[in-house]
Design a protein around this ligand. Structure first.
Ligand SMILES: NC(=O)c1ccc[n+]([C@@H]2O[C@H](COP(=O)([O-])OP(=O)(O)OC[C@H]3O[C@@H](n4cnc5c(N)ncnc54)[C@H](O)[C@@H]3O)[C@@H](O)[C@H]2O)c1
Length: 364
């Protein structure tokens, strides 16, 4: 079987799970080459997966005719330049979130991909996992009646206590909305459909952050982005959601994502993961009932989105994590992070649901 070949730009903290799943789980793709500004990181990837080539820079990946898709795993403020260069070189691109640090850059990338007839898409792909797919089916099948609202709370005190190089979380393209918002907003639009407008208040409560993870312990980072974003999301369907994303609050319980309907309430698993406990409350039951997962990919299946995208190159079909979704999500996050009221202009249609069953690692 001819596999779709992937070239990865940036093999930092998140690359481990992509390398593992794209090498071991997803049958129709192959990690062909990697590069990183810090060559030792690429060497480390090759030590674990010896068949992978190492290139000195991203241009060498773009120049290699064998590479079909460029996987952009750089930091958020680097996404635009890397994705743009890859598209200009004629490569399909799958990018970590967000699509770009600025909305205008995201729009430019989408226009460029269209002009060059190339595929563009990106993270998150957790919405394709067992948790959100099961919730989607429950909602679509009427288990909570007509959806009327949602609540999404991503509350933590930032990532500077665990990420090896966490400065980017407080720089342009970072912050809780651009970093964690993609999971929540992507889940919400898959469950409730297109967003028509937003209202929000966004601020930061700390001017600097002190890193307590190992490599940069004690260093101070200037906060350049809002780190406490409170918003209202109006869906085209008439449902209204409340969202809080914050890096300013100490909190130990699990994040929250809830969907409210005329006939019940659905507690959705943390959308940063591929599954989790799903609970349904119907007035006649009086208490929450745990619902079974009825789709695959409950484990950490990062790479599912790019494997699905690869399928588009071999079969004539759409792919789920495409740039219509990543641009819509970017516009919603950008508007929430900006503050005030904003009409959302980008199109969005709910993605094709996943197909249950089949061979694990082969996407239908
Ligand atoms: N770390 C996580 O847990 C996590 C989880 C989900 C998503 N993400 C997303 O993944 C992306 C990367 O995050 P990370 O935590 O791996 O960051 P990281 O800083 O650990 O790694 C990024 C790597 O990209 C490299 N790089 C940057 N520009 C490059 C270029 N032009 N050519 C080659 N290499 C280049 C850097 O040298 C670095 O090693 C971000 O968008 C982040 O939001 C991270």
């Amino acid at each position: 079987m001819e596999k779709v070949r992937i070239g990865i730009v940036g093999v930092g903290d998140i690359s481990g799970i992509y390398l593992k799943n794209l090498t071991e789980l997803f049958k129709e793709v192959e990690v062909y080459a990697v590069c990183d500004l810090i060559k030792e990181k690429a060497v480390k990837a090759q030590e674990t997966y010896p068949s992978i080539k190492i290139y000195d820079n991203m241009q060498q990946i773009f120049d290699d005719e064998k590479v079909d898709i460029v996987l952009n795993l750089t930091r958020p403020y680097e996404h635009y330049e890397v994705s743009k260069a890859a598209l200009l070189a004629g490569k399909h691109v799958y990018s970590e979130k967000p699509l770009a640090a600025k909305l205008e850059e995201g729009r430019e990338l989408v226009a460029l991909a269209k002009e060059k007839n190339l595929l563009l898409g990106g993270a998150p792909d957790t919405f394709m996992g067992a948790g959100i797919q099961t919730c989607r089916k429950l909602i679509d099948d009427g288990f909570i009646g007509k959806p009327i609202g949602a609540a999404a709370f991503m509350i933590c005190h930032g990532h500077e206590n665990w990420h090896p190089d966490p400065a980017f979380y407080y720089q342009h393209g970072g912050g809780p909305m651009m970093d964690m918002g993609p999971y929540y907003v992507t889940a919400l639009v898959n469950l409730l459909g297109r967003v028509s407008s937003t209202m929000s208040v966004a601020k930061s409560n700390f001017e600097t952050r002190t890193i307590t993870s190992e490599q940069h312990f004690g260093e101070t980072v200037k906060v350049e982005v809002p780190t406490h974003v409170n918003g209202i999301i109006n869906f085209e369907s008439g449902a209204v959601g409340t969202i809080l994303t914050t890096f300013d609050v100490y909190y130990e319980a699990q994040a929250r994502l809830e969907i409210y309907g005329t006939e019940g309430t659905l507690i959705v698993p943390d959308p940063n993961f591929f599954s989790g406990e799903i609970k349904l409350l119907k007035p006649q039951d009086g208490s929450y009932k745990v619902m079974p997962l009825c789709f695959g990919y409950a484990e950490n299946s990062r790479g599912l989105g790019i494997a699905d995208m690869a399928k588009t190159l071999t079969e004539n079909r759409d792919f789920r994590a495409d740039c219509q979704q990543t641009l819509h999500v970017l516009e919603v996050m950008d508007s929430l992070q900006k503050g005030g009221m904003t009409e959302i202009t980008s199109d969005f249609e709910k993605r094709m649901p996943m197909v249950p069953g089949g061979i694990p690692g082969v996407i239908s």
